[in-house]
Design a protein around this ligand. Structure first.
Ligand code: GLN
Length: 544
């Protein structure tokens, strides 16, 4: 075992979307499965202080950690692969770096000196990289540098990597560089030139790549690997092929076969042993050999970009494997749903998930969908905004409270069944000010969720401003919508259920952030199970 922390930097060249996050997570998995305490960190070169204020169309979903950091979705992959929680320290943006340097300047910490990109910004980057390493909790820290080498935004990061490699010394910090080997179909050939250029660009900044991971659509021959190795100053074993995979969960095994972990450990002067992937491979086996299937509708307004719902989709994969069924997710745009087409779009579904979201667009479609599944007794899971829509629907259509709404959508509604939290009323800044991170919740014993979790006290991650309005609680409960999860300090309602329905659960928090390969989230597992039961019932009904 290492007695000092070692660092692996993962950079990317040629183009974005090469899958750095998945490669970093897969490498981490292989190292973890050999007993190395491993964590991953992502450095994002944009100026937003965090991705919390970004529209999901920009970079996909915003992932939330236990300690309330709003982060890049790659952190979700890290947690799903490693089953180790990440934190504020695991995601740093250029905005955050500049913010803390400028705050230090205002406090007078650089008094008398000119504050510059080098050394002040690069020092701040170096400190942030080493926070996790210095905690003593990890043997290996993998730092993924977002963006593409050669971009203006990436320069201070690459310079920080160059300095760290030098400061930490040989065998303590290495660079894994991801590139592309495109296939030109007209020539019938794989082309190595973009890789050569990308390694050269990195070298212009003084950084020699130690390992190359080459994204490709076709197998790389030995000859080609030798050629890349020769032109890029790396050993042949350090040229790793990363061929397109049918599932991201195959990538750790593919990297194992290619020897990525072995070559990395060799460079770090650490012993290699065969990783223990037993549990991982059991999951893969179940995932790839389902005995049946279910179809679940995902109702949201960002459905054009599936990355907007990344954690939800991955949770379905984990829960599907746990139930030995494949979950077909049908994306349904809430903006185009209405009472006329609802039956056509939802009647064949085995379950419906109404997704999280912000703002007014598409909410009436979500409310219509909740009404339909409530009445037709189709299993329902509402997450955050989805839960709020379920409360609004019940208030309007069961309690008869006309125009009931959330004050997020209609400030002047006569029935604000979902309302801004008291503490939120004075807040005007939008960044990092929601109710964020893990909060405790007590479950009511006679409930679906109590059976699902198998315990009374849980902690789940939040990201919202609005809440169930407790002044409507008595009425809603009497009418049949029960509050089955409560915040112990504030009494805020975190979970609603309808006992007179096969499976109707709405949660104010985001269970999807905590589902991992090793620990599929119990709510998703139970929801998929309910959907499967529904599908079997439907099949029996059509056969009868
Ligand atoms: N817009 C809602 C709120 O702020 C729900 C947020 C969400 O779905 N994450 O409360």
């Amino acid at each position: 075992m290492a007695n000092n922390t070692k660092y692996v930097f993962v950079t990317g060249g040629v183009t974005s979307s090469l899958g750095k996050g998945i490669i970093a997570a897969s490498l981490a998995k292989l190292l973890q499965a050999q007993g190395y305490r491993t964590t991953i960190q992502k450095l994002d070169p944009y100026i937003n202080v965090d991705p919390g204020t970004l529209n999901p169309y920009e970079h996909g979903e915003c992932y939330v950690t236990d300690d309330g950091a709003e982060t890049d979705l790659d952190l979700g992959h890290y947690e799903r692969f490693l089953n180790v929680p990440t934190s504020q320290a695991n995601n740093v943006t250029t905005g955050r770096i500049y913010q803390s340097v400028i705050e230090k300047e205002r406090r007078g910490e650089f008094l008398g000196r000119t504050v510059q990109v080098i050394p002040h910004i690069t020092n701040e980057i170096k400190n942030r990289v080493q926070i996790l390493g210095k905690s003593g909790e990890f043997d290996i820290v993998i730092t993924e540098i977002g963006g593409t080498v050669g971009d203006i935004e990436s320069l201070p990061y690459i310079e920080a990597v160059r300095q760290l490699k030098w400061d930490l010394g040989e065998h303590n910090a290495i660079v894994v560089h991801l590139t592309l080997i495109p296939y030109l179909s007209a020539a019938g050939e794989l082309k190595t030139k973009p890789t050569q250029h990308s390694v050269k660009t990195l070298m212009e900044s003084g950084v020699q790549a130690d390992v190359l991971v080459c994204r490709t659509e076709h197998e790389l021959s030995e000859k080609l690997k030798i050629k890349v190795a020769r032109f890029c100053n790396v050993k042949k074993e350090a040229v790793i092929q990363s061929i397109d995979a049918s599932t991201i969960y195959d990538v750790p095994n593919m990297m194992l076969e290619e020897g990525l972990d072995k070559v990395v450990l060799e460079h770090l002067d650490l012993p290699f042993s065969t990783p223990n992937l037993t549990q991982w491979n059991e999951f893969l086996k179940r995932h790839k050999n389902p005995i049946d299937e279910v179809t679940i509708g995902l109702i949201g307004k960002y459905v054009e970009l599936q990355d907007s719902y990344k954690s939800i989709l991955e949770s379905f994969i984990h829960a599907g494997a746990a139930n030995e069924v494949s979950v077909n997710v049908e994306f349904i745009h809430s903006e185009y749903l209405n009472n006329e087409n609802i039956k056509l779009k939802l009647s064949h579904l085995d379950g419906v998930l109404v997704a999280p979201g912000f703002g007014e667009r598409g909410i009436e479609g979500k409310i219509d969908a909740v009404k339909y599944v409530r009445e037709q007794k189709i299993p329902f899971l509402g997450i955050c905004l989805g839960m709020q829509m379920a409360v609004i629907e019940y208030a309007r259509n069961v309690l008869g409270l006309k125009g009931a709404n959330s004050t997020e959508m209609d400030e002047k509604t006569a029935h604000p069944v979902i309302d801004l939290m008291e503490e939120q009323k004075l807040i005007t800044d939008k960044g990092g000010t929601m109710r964020l991170g893990a909060w405790a919740c007590n479950l009511v014993e006679d409930s679906i969720v109590y059976d699902v979790y198998g315990k009374k006290h849980i902690k789940e991650r939040h990201r919202h401003r609005y809440e169930y309005n407790n002044s409507y609680k008595a009425k809603l409960e009497t009418a049949g919508m029960k509050a089955t999860g409560l915040n112990p300090e504030t009494d805020l309602v975190e979970i609603i259920e309808i006992p007179d329905h096969p499976w109707f659960v709405g949660v104010q928090y985001h269970p999807e952030y905590k589902s991992t390969v090793a620990n599929p989230h119990p709510l998703f597992v139970a929801f998929v199970k309910a959907a499967y039961q529904h599908s079997k019932k439907q099949k029996r009904a059509t056969m009868a």
